[in-house]
Design a binder for this molecule. Structure first.
Ligand SMILES: Cc1ncc(COP(=O)(O)O)c(C=O)c1O
Length: 286
């Protein structure tokens, strides 16, 4: 079945969908995006994603190309046309097309909107049964990582460094030795008291929707959640560790650089959290 993309008001075959060469997203990475999990036509935590999208746009002074309700219709329609039951929808909004010049175009141009959707394969059993390795990398990004901007070059380099060393993710470390987050995931540890520890929401990390949902689910189960920075050293001696994102859900981490965590197997609390999250998605989509 051929894929369909939505580009500035038109639904096109994926292979024929293009943007203008002077789109500011292409030339300056002047835009933002969201990735939303889809289960049987339902956008998981769709409202939270929409709120974060609006916040990212407003921080960059880019207008919404249409109302949130209308955009929601476009997202759902793009999902419907691509005919899958489990996957993701991607939405990208750039400042629009203008002659190349760094300041914002004046008068403003219409923001450019692209939506794609696709099936995602199930998480490989090995990832859950055996866990994944992460490597540490200096965090070389800018000071507005709270904006879900399409400027992802440091994240790309960090992820690639992980891949070339056999790791799944790179945990980025700030100048004080504290872990900020992964290249495309939030970072978590579980300490000896069983508390979940993850960096607080501020400019140094993206306020992950999976992170936010998992905090709510964990607290509802009576688990302790500490939103505070943790160092790379603390992570290496943690009882358990894991990462979260829209596509990775809750993925156990069993090695950080050369440090094997606990017995080198995914932790039981991490696996319980993954199940909580998977159950939440299933319930949301019924
Ligand atoms: C840098 C970064 N941190 C965290 C996340 C996880 O966010 P979410 O749970 O909303 O997918 C992402 C997702 O793309 C990301 O790019």
């Amino acid at each position: 079945m051929s894929r369909i993309a939505y580009v500035n008001g038109r639904c096109l075959p994926h292979g024929a969908a293009t943007v203008h060469i002077e789109d500011r997203g292409y030339q300056f990475t002047d835009g933002v995006y969201e990735v939303i999990a889809v289960r049987h036509g339902v956008l998981i935590d769709g409202e939270w994603h929409m709120q974060r999208l609006q916040r990212s746009l407003s921080e960059l002074q880019i207008d919404m190309p249409m109302s949130p309700a209308a955009l929601n219709v476009v997202l759902k329609e793009t999902v419907r046309r691509n005919r899958f039951s489990i996957g993701i929808v991607y939405v990208q909004i750039s400042r629009g097309v203008a002659r190349r010049d760094h300041p914002f175009p004046n008068p403003p141009v219409r923001p450019a909107l692209v939506v794609t959707a696709r099936r995602t394969p199930p998480t490989p059993a090995k990832t859950i049964d055996e866990g994944v390795a992460v490597i540490s990398q200096p965090d070389i990004r800018w000071e507005r990582c709270d904006i879900k901007s399409i400027s992802l070059l440091p994240n790309v380099l960090a992820k690639q460094a992980a891949r070339s060393q056999g790791g799944f993710e790179a945990w980025q470390v700030d100048g004080q030795g504290f872990v900020t987050e992964g290249g495309s995931t939030n970072a978590w540890i579980i300490n000896n008291e069983g508390s979940l520890v993850t960096r607080p929401v501020e400019n140094a990390i993206l306020n992950g929707i999976t992170r936010r949902r998992l905090i709510a689910l964990a607290k509802a189960q009576g688990m302790q959640v500490e939103e505070r920075p943790f160092s790379l050293e603390e992570a290496k001696s943690a009882r358990e560790a894991f990462l979260t994102s829209t596509t990775a859900f809750v993925t156990p981490v069993v090695r950080i650089d050369d440090a094997i965590l606990a017995n080198g197997r995914p932790g039981s609390q991490t696996l319980a959290l993954r199940q909580l999250y998977v159950d939440f998605m299933a319930e949301t989509a019924t």
